[in-house]
Write a new protein. Structure first.
Length: 144
C-alpha cells in the first residue's frame, strides 16, 4: 500500500511540474519572434539559393525539329485538339507526345506561372514546330 501511494504522488508531482513549466514557458518563451517584410524574406531566400518558379523555368525557343520524317502538311505544324474539360497537364502531355514541347511539366509550370492555365480554349489548334512556350500558349488561347 505504501509503494502504491508513493508512486501516485510521484506521478502527480511530475504532472504538476510539467504543467507549471508549460505555463511559465507560455508567458516567457525562449524564442524571440521577429516580423520580416516580404523584401527581407525574398533576399534571405535568394541568399540561401532559393529561386522563384518563374526564374527556374528554362524556356528554349531554339528547339530543333523532331527527327521523324515529316510529310508536306506536317512541316507547317500539327493540329492539336483540346477537348472541353482537358486539364493543363493533359494538354501539356499531348503537346509533349507530339514533340511540340520538350518537357510537359515545365510547360505546365510556365502556364501556371503566367496564370493562363484556365484560359486555354477547346478546339482544334494548328501549332507549328519550333515555337517557344509563350507562342504555343498564345495559339491555345485563341478563339476558334
Amino acid at each position: 500500500m505504501y509503494n502504491r501511494s508513493k508512486l501516485l504522488f510521484l506521478v502527480l508531482g511530475i504532472g504538476i511540474g510539467i504543467t507549471i513549466a508549460n505555463t511559465i514557458h507560455t508567458f516567457y518563451p525562449a524564442i524571440e519572434y521577429i516580423e520580416y517584410s516580404d523584401e527581407e524574406i525574398t533576399s534571405r531566400a535568394k541568399d540561401l539559393g532559393m529561386v522563384f518558379v518563374k526564374e527556374s523555368i528554362d524556356v528554349d525557343s531554339t528547339k530543333e525539329k523532331p527527327n521523324k520524317e515529316l510529310d508536306k502538311d506536317s512541316e507547317k505544324g500539327i493540329e492539336v485538339t483540346v477537348q472541353a474539360g482537358d486539364t493543363l497537364m493533359v494538354i501539356a502531355q499531348r503537346l509533349y507526345e507530339l514533340e511540340l514541347i520538350d518537357n510537359a511539366k515545365s510547360f505546365s509550370q510556365y502556364a501556371k506561372a503566367k496564370n493562363v492555365d484556365k484560359h486555354l480554349r477547346a478546339g482544334n489548334h494548328m501549332i507549328p514546330y519550333n515555337l517557344d512556350y509563350e507562342a504555343i500558349i498564345t495559339i491555345l488561347m485563341r478563339k476558334q
